[in-house]
Structures are given as C-alpha cells and as structure tokens.
Design a protein around this ligand. Sequence first.
Ligand code: PEP
Length: 254
Amino acid sequence: MRKPIIAGNWKLNKTNPEAVELITQIRRDLTDVSKVDVVVCPVFLALADAHDVLLETNIGLGAQNLYWEDSGAFTGEVSAPMLKAAGAQYVIIGHSERRQYFGETDQTVNKKIKAALKYDLTPIVCVGEVLAERESGKAFEVIKTQCQGGFAGITAAEMGRLVIAYEPVWAIGTGKTATPAQAQEVHQFIRKWLADTYGQDLAQTVRIQYGGSVKPENAKELMGQADIDGFLVGGASLKADSFAAIIKNSLSAA
Ligand code: PEP
C-alpha cells in the first residue's frame, strides 16, 4: 500500500515572513496528517525559516531545484548538501518550468537526481508532455524518453526512494486539469515502464503524483484512480485553506 504524498510547489512566491505565515496557517488547518505525507516547497531563501516553523510537525520540507556539484565556481547555484543543511528532505527536479525557461534536459535532471540521492534528499521528479505532443499522439513516447533519460543509471534501490510527478504541461497553471481517466492512463503507463525496467514489485512501491490545476473540487476523483498516489500542487498550495481542503478531500478517496 503506497502512502499518498501531497506537495505544495510555491514556485517564485512568498517572502520569508509570508512563508512563515502560510506554514503557520497550514499547521493550524491540518489537524491530522498521519495518513498522507504533506510537503511544502518554498523558495531557497525561505527554507531555513520554514524548517524552524515546521519543527514538531510531520509536514515535510522540500526545495524546488538544486545543482549537482557540491560546491565550487557555480555562481547563483545551490547544492544538495546546502539544502540538507537548511533542513530540506525533498527536492523537486525537472519541473516543466525549469525545462522550459532554464534549459533543463533529461541529462541535467539525471545528474540532479543522483546528487539529491547522494545526500539523502527525496527527489520529486517531474515528467509531462506539452499540448502539441498530446495532440499529435506523442504523450507516451515523450514520457518514456523523459523516464529513460532522467532515470539512466538509477538502481532499483534508488528508484524506491524517488517520487515521480506526472504533470501534463498543458494543465499547469492553466485551470485545465487532465480528466481522471487521462491522468490514470499516463500513471499506469509510467508504472508499467517501472515494472518493465525494475520489476513489478518495485513498480508497485513507487509513488506517482499528478500535477496540473489540482484544486479541492477535483482532488477526490483524481485521487480515486488506482495509480495516482498524491499531488504536486502549484497555485492552490499558496492558500492554506485550499491546500488543506485538497489534502482532506484526497483522504476521503484514499
Ligand atoms: C506545478 O507547478 O507543479 C503545478 C502543478 O501548478 P498548478 O497546480 O498551479 O497547475
């Protein structure tokens, strides 16, 4: 049985005081989070403050990116050991916005996954097709290529420590959600790829989140799909009440 995992990707939002305020509200609104792993992912700068407010809660802390070298002449970057020292336990890797605006490729995703695992950070690895790829019937091919490239050289034991987020790019921040059937079809495809590559037993343990305009209204039905194990939430994670409602509604389906 896979424990659901629901993570809030705050993107480029919230100053440190605002991040502390939001986490304080989330703590207040979430009374029982024992049946689901809840994670918040603020900007790098707010990680340490967020960590302090999250102490004594079972809400996890994640970063939104990392660089694969530990240290050195890489101006503007942040490394896995630095994230670990700031209190992060998770890190989002290969988000479509990073692929689209910052030149991330399956090869850089692969290096970042390896760096995260080395420092015992749980990678939340994003895959997903753009609209033109879906419309031309290439969604599965794109996802397969992203998995093969991103997970190259990752062992079965390492794969067991990862979370995958399927995020159709056309559904991110657009208000357009994949239907539960569309999402399930791709989640099942990813799990089959995992089974073919790593074996059925391992495939059954890997958690696959859905991301793309998740809101309180659609969380329950999406979560009711056999291969959907939680969500990566953007916009709706920026308000404590909607984030908490997504978690509550998901639990009623799990
Ligand atoms: C995301 O950024 O990962 C995301 C899914 O955003 P939104 O929920 O706003 O579509």
